[in-house]
Write a protein that binds this ligand. Structure first.
Ligand SMILES: *Cc1c(COP(=O)(O)O)cnc(C)c1O
Length: 373
């Protein structure tokens, strides 16, 4: 089979989504499935929907179009602020967008009015992650201006953690978000329908003992796709961690002598990171590289160490290899490695269990012609 390739087990993605939807549902929290790490792959999006997520979210308009073109009619929200050049598409194809700039919102409103419609806004609030967000002390003024803007409707507020700043959400942060939702209603009038607490990093809090307050939604990517907690990298109990597998072909295997001292390229260029270790003297080269994935985010079978990677080669070391040229190495991926592999044009994407998805209850009406009787 062609390689490098990512094999995708849709059944495991569906099961992860279902498990999280059920556990969070018990806590009054709905799940939005985040598809940006798989470039809006329509089959993966379908698997999330089959698992019961209430809607989808993505950061890029190209991913949105991939899903819409494949016939996915569920609400999709834009979790990155819309670019001025893509407003019309966002208004026409998204259920809502996440925003932090009043100038963007004024333009969204004007564009929506021109199209004879109204656009839903979710305001992202800065909670210490220091990526996007409206400062908490400015929220009331901001909301007042949003309410006065024709063509837009305030749908909710949201927070984001552990993306830029490695800030782990605490119960106090989440209580603050609930308070802000109440404050907006008190100061500005409208009920804040959606209070979206964050992403997979919020799961320990959301599934913990404390009150969830007014938080009624999480936007989950990593937990559904990889079954891991982005803060610790550890598996989440009850979830599959092997829905995605990367395969690459061995193109050289050889016992190599220890590296001789030699003049090095500037280390900050970081093109080749050979790690000296006598325990891993058999060097295996895989036909996959930094252009295809983030090689440092790969996980290998026991007994194999990652040595280094360049744009087209990945070098691994082992002490007792049975792998020969032409055989295939099977690897796990972290979020960064997955994101790059899914967006790499030279990495094939092979989907498993698609049939299982068909005719599931969600699709019963549109696919009833396929039902076996
Ligand atoms: C990527 C992203 C998410 C999903 O994060 P995970 O850690 O993958 O669950 C949620 N919200 C926003 C704004 C994002 O950019």
């Amino acid at each position: 089979m062609t390689s490098p390739r990512v094999e995708i087990d849709l059944g495991k993605i569906q099961a992860n989504a279902r498990c999280l939807v059920r556990r969070l549902g018990d806590r009054g929290i709905s799940v939005t499935g985040v598809t940006k790490a798989v470039c809006g792959h329509p089959d993966v999006a379908e698997a999330m929907l089959d698992g019961g997520v209430v809607g989808l979210a993505d950061a890029r308009i190209a991913n949105l179009f991939r899903m819409r073109t494949a016939g996915i009619n569920y609400p999709i929200s834009m979790i990155r602020a819309p670019l001025l050049s893509e407003m019309k598409d966002v208004i026409q194809h998204c259920d809502a967008s996440y925003n932090t700039e009043i100038d963007t919102i004024l333009k969204l409103g004007a564009a929506a009015k021109k199209l004879g419609t109204s656009h839903n806004l979710i305001l992202m609030i800065e909670t210490g992650d220091m990526r996007e967000g409206i400062l908490q002390e400015n929220l009331n003024n901001f909301v007042t201006r949003v309410i006065a803007t024709p063509g837009v409707a305030l749908k909710g507020i949201a927070a984001n953690f552990a993306c830029m700043g490695n800030v782990v959400p605490t119960g106090r942060d989440m209580a603050m978000l609930s308070r802000l939702a109440t404050q907006v209603k008190g100061a500005c009038g409208p009920l804040v329908e959606l209070v979206s607490g964050g992403g997979s990093a919020n799961l320990p809090w959301a599934l913990g003992e404390g009150s969830t307050g007014r938080v009624n939604n999480l936007r989950l990517g990593e937990a559904i796709l990889l079954g891991t907690d982005p803060v610790t990298g550890q598996p989440i109990t009850g979830l599959h961690t092997d829905a995605f597998t990367l395969f690459a072909e061995v193109i050289e295997t050889r016992v190599k002598p220890s590296a001789r001292p030699h003049a090095s390229i500037a280390p900050e260029l970081g093109m080749l990171k050979l790690v000296q270790s006598d325990a891993y003297r058999t060097r295996i080269i895989l036909a996959v590289g930094q252009q295809d994935t983030d090689a440092s985010g790969l996980t290998f079978p026991p007994g194999i160490a990652f040595i280094g990677a360049t744009s087209d080669h990945t070098v691994i070391g082992t002490s007792n290899s049975t792998m020969s040229v032409g055989s295939e190495m099977k690897m796990g991926m972290n979020y960064g490695a997955l994101t790059r592999a899914m967006s790499a044009p030279d990495v094939a994407k092979i989907v498993h269990c698609k049939k299982m998805m068909r005719g599931s209850s969600r699709n019963r009406e549109s696919h009833s012609v396929l039902t076996l009787v």
